[in-house]
Design a protein around this ligand. Structure first.
Ligand SMILES: NC(=O)c1ccc[n+]([C@@H]2O[C@H](COP(=O)([O-])OP(=O)(O)OC[C@H]3O[C@@H](n4cnc5c(N)ncnc54)[C@H](OP(=O)(O)O)[C@@H]3O)[C@@H](O)[C@H]2O)c1
Length: 279
């Protein structure tokens, strides 16, 4: 338990599970008072109990970020309970898979409402309070999908790219008011949602790890620690930037994924030319 967020109030969307839950616990352990939120009341209350059980301070607000009013009520709840807002972490997501042809218009709207419009509305509500306070830290949780494409993830990739640039725009517009805005791009992180997949396929973690130079998938705490840095005064000269927390997945050329690609090329050449080495 440290004091890196002493006196600060943090609102973390999507904190009923996964990265948000880990961040809520970490921030509270650094003496932030935390607004925990998500639609699942039982999970939200459990996170609050975890925090209080460890001696921290948190309050749960049930909110559906698919509606603007839900987002506005959430920020107002935080202000009502704690009277200030220092850290806004836009972390919730709704991921409808599909290509531009497959994706239903309603699915697109739902995804973009939670991932892109909700952060905009949350900023619109929260920033005036931060301006009055003369400080604030906004953290948009984007993804490596914000700068690289994956299969059938049109809505997700579009929203995540938007969150990266939204942070830059916020940094520019509100830097003079003492507000910093940054993005975090996680790679694959094993969260509660992915537990079943790892249980059904015990080899999945090992296979997934191959694409990471650090040879493991991420943990929620890996992202939470990056968020703690961006939320704390230790990053007081850091704004408009993106921290990639992906175990090195996106720092490599695709050919390195073959792992010992010299062998791959040797085999490909042998297939092409057989033993006719001088051909
Ligand atoms: N895990 C990964 O591999 C990974 C990789 C890259 C980026 N990320 C990003 O990290 C962030 C957190 O993801 P996670 O993996 O930790 O996922 P998660 O455990 O499934 O958490 C998602 C959170 O979003 C909330 N949420 C979803 N729809 C909502 C809605 N309509 N209204 C209010 N809350 C809503 C959920 O709460 P309720 O269900 O209680 O409403 C939940 O707390 C996301 O932005 C995601 O894109 C994750």
């Amino acid at each position: 338990m440290g004091r890196r967020l002493e006196g600060k109030v943090a609102l973390i969307t999507g904190s009923t599970s996964g990265i948000g839950r880990a961040t809520a616990n970490l921030f509270a352990s650094e003496e932030a008072r935390v607004v925990v939120t998500g639609r699942r009341r039982d999970w939200g209350e459990m996170v609050v109990q975890e925090i209080q059980g460890a001696g921290g301070d948190a309050a749960y607000c049930q909110a559906d970020l698919g509606t603007s009013q839900g987002v506005r009520n959430l920020v107002r709840f935080g202000m009502g309970v704690y009277g200030r807002l220092d850290i806004l972490m836009n972390n919730a997501f709704a991921n409808e898979l599909g290509t531009a042809v497959e994706l239903d218009e309603k699915d697109w709207d739902r995804s973009l409402a939670v991932m892109l419009k909700a952060p905009f509305i949350a900023c619109q509500e929260a920033i005036p309070h931060m301006v009055r306070q003369g400080s604030g830290a906004i953290i948009n949780v984007a993804s490596v999908h914000g700068f690289l494409a994956g299969h059938r993830r049109l809505a997700y990739a579009t929203a995540k790219a938007g969150l990266i640039n939204m942070a830059k725009q916020l940094a520019l517009d509100f830097g003079p008011s003492g507000i910093r805005a940054n993005a975090i791009c996680p790679g694959a992180i094993a969260v509660e949602r992915s537990e079943q997949r790892y249980r059904d396929d015990p080899d999945l973690a090992r296979r997934s790890a191959v694409v990471y130079p650090l040879r493991r998938v991420g943990r929620p705490i890996d992202v939470a620690r990056a968020a703690l840095y961006l939320a704390s005064d230790e990053s007081s000269f850091v704004t408009g930037t993106t921290i990639v927390v992906d175990g090195g997945m996106t720092c490599q050329l695709p050919d390195s994924l073959y792992g010992g690609f010299e062998e791959y090329f040797r085999q490909a050449l042998a297939k092409e030319w057989g033993n006719k080495r001088d051909a």
